[in-house]
Design a protein around this ligand. Structure first.
Ligand code: 5GP
Ligand code: ZN
Length: 111
């Protein structure tokens, strides 16, 4: 989608520190990490957020959740938190579905 930062990252128009890529998924480090290990997992297809997941596109979510443990293991992270913010009031700032994966330290309580 035009003007979507993460679509531009998928197309290589904005650089990113890629960790993993396949035909449908891209994993890259968050530019402002909130934990020693903080990467983002996105579908290459533009879906604006978790609220837009439906029966037509939900298969990608299963694929993403297969990739997460593999990438975390490759990075040597055994404990991690997976977060997705849906909507501005929940802190979503990039409106292309993404899952934050954070670890590498003892994380505080979820909030
Ligand atoms: P949200 O706030 O939507 O849940 O998460 C968006 C995340 O994308 C933020 O953690 C932010 O640091 C990250 N981010 C925003 N722009 C870029 C960028 O251009 N490159 C990378 N690698 N991360 C970005
Ligand atoms: Zn997008």
């Amino acid at each position: 989608m035009k003007d979507c930062i993460f679509c531009k990252i998928v197309k290589g128009e904005i650089p990113s520190k890629k960790i993993y890529e396949d035909d449908k998924i891209l994993v890259f480090y968050d530019i402002e990490p909130k934990a020693p290990v903080h990467f983002l997992v996105i579908p290459k297809e533009h879906i604006s957020g978790a609220g837009e997941i439906n029966s037509e596109n939900s298969e990608i979510v299963a694929r993403i959740f297969e990739v997460i443990p593999k990438v975390a293991a490759d990075l040597g992270v055994g404990s991690y938190r997976i977060v997705t913010n849906n909507g501005p009031d929940a802190g979503q700032t990039v409106f292309h579905l993404h899952f934050h994966v954070m670890g590498g330290k003892v994380l505080g309580n979820m909030a």
